[in-house]
Write a protein that binds this ligand. Structure first.
Ligand code: NAP
Length: 286
């Protein structure tokens, strides 16, 4: 029996790991001809990526700037009009990284890496098909930052009663503390590697857990976060010690394709294995 044709959205897919995810989906979708929506904040860059893939008929370029509510609204309308509202898999891959710790850079990073994912998911989870999947692309750096913060602050991020409203407040408190130079007073470690990016990914992991709690009994969904691992892309300036970006794409595609009974809602994956969000020994030693 032919498999059902799925509609899969990949954000930030014009280059890097997102592009490779689309490439691999195209290579593997000959039997069921999935429709793959290649999200790109710049339409021309998206079209160039499409041409690089040899213009496959089942790939459609979608202009999507995940930091813009208007852009998200347009995409939701387009999915409703062109695809009858069908969406099966969402891969929230788009993200930015900077070393700077300023209010402006923090706002930009949170708008794309956290708020954009949150808003897009709020729209798409209500439309998503039975057995759908939401995959939030995160990073080990988010886990590292969680280890570096004070136990009191950590408890807030990992609390099973954390809500989106409370998480937004933690995010806004973090941004305000940059402005007032009080990050350490509220529990952050300013020596954490790529602190602002790390906090966006820590918040994204917390969001994934909230979404999983809210939605996992609905439509048999899987909602998980996944790290591609340290990969050679523009984001890492193609660092010599980084692994090929194809491995990162495979790490994410595992959560797209694994049988449902192999996956745990709200969990964090790398290379097909669940990895803990918090190392218990760190907590015990504090
Ligand atoms: N590479 C690594 O070692 C590594 C490790 C851990 C996690 N990750 C995560 O893996 C994902 C992919 O990273 P990558 O290494 O492939 O990064 P990358 O090469 O820098 O590519 C990032 C992609 O995101 C897009 N993007 C940025 N802001 C956007 C926005 N507001 N709206 C829509 N698209 C936007 C970029 O589009 P433009 O071309 O328009 O800028 C680009 O297509 C990210 O979530 C990243 O945090 C990467």
């Amino acid at each position: 029996m032919a498999e059902k044709q799925r509609v899969i959205l990949v954000t930030g897919a014009n280059r890097g790991i997102g592009f490779l995810i689309v490439k691999k989906l195209v290579e593997n979708s000959s039997s069921n001809n999935d429709i793959i929506l290649l999200g790109s904040r710049d339409l021309k860059r998206g079209q160039d990526a499409f041409i690089q893939l040899n213009s496959p008929s089942n790939v459609h370029v979608l202009q999507l700037d995940t930091s813009s509510q208007d852009s998200i609204n347009c995409v939701i309308d387009e999915i409703k009009k062109k695809y009858d509202g069908q969406i099966d898999i969402v891969i929230n891959n788009a993200a930015i990284l900077t070393q700077e710790i300023t209010v402006d850079t923090a706002r930009a990073l949170f708008n794309t890496n956290y708020y954009g994912v949150k808003i897009l998911n709020e729209h798409l989870i209500s439309m998503i098909q039975e057995n759908g999947r939401i995959i939030n692309v995160s990073s080990r750096v988010g886990v590292n930052v969680l280890q570096d913060i004070t136990p009191t602050l950590r408890e807030k991020y990992i609390s099973s009663t954390l809500t989106k409203e409370k998480l937004d407040q933690l995010v806004e408190d973090f941004i305000s503390a940059i402005e007032t130079n009080t990050l350490e007073n509220i529990g952050y470690n300013i020596k954490s590697e790529v602190l602002v990016y790390g906090v966006t990914k820590m918040a994204l992991n917390a969001l994934t857990q909230i979404e999983a709690r809210e939605w996992s009994t609905t439509k048999n969904l899987v909602i998980a976060s996944v790290t591609p691992g340290f990969c050679s892309t523009d984001m890492t300036q193609h660092a010599s010690e980084a692994r090929p970006a194809e491995f990162g794409a495979d790490s994410i595609l595992y959560v797209v394709n694994a049988p449902q009974n192999e996956l745990i809602n709200g969990a964090f994956y790398r290379d097909g294995k669940q990895i803990p969000l918090i190392d218990e020994s760190t907590i015990k030693n504090q």
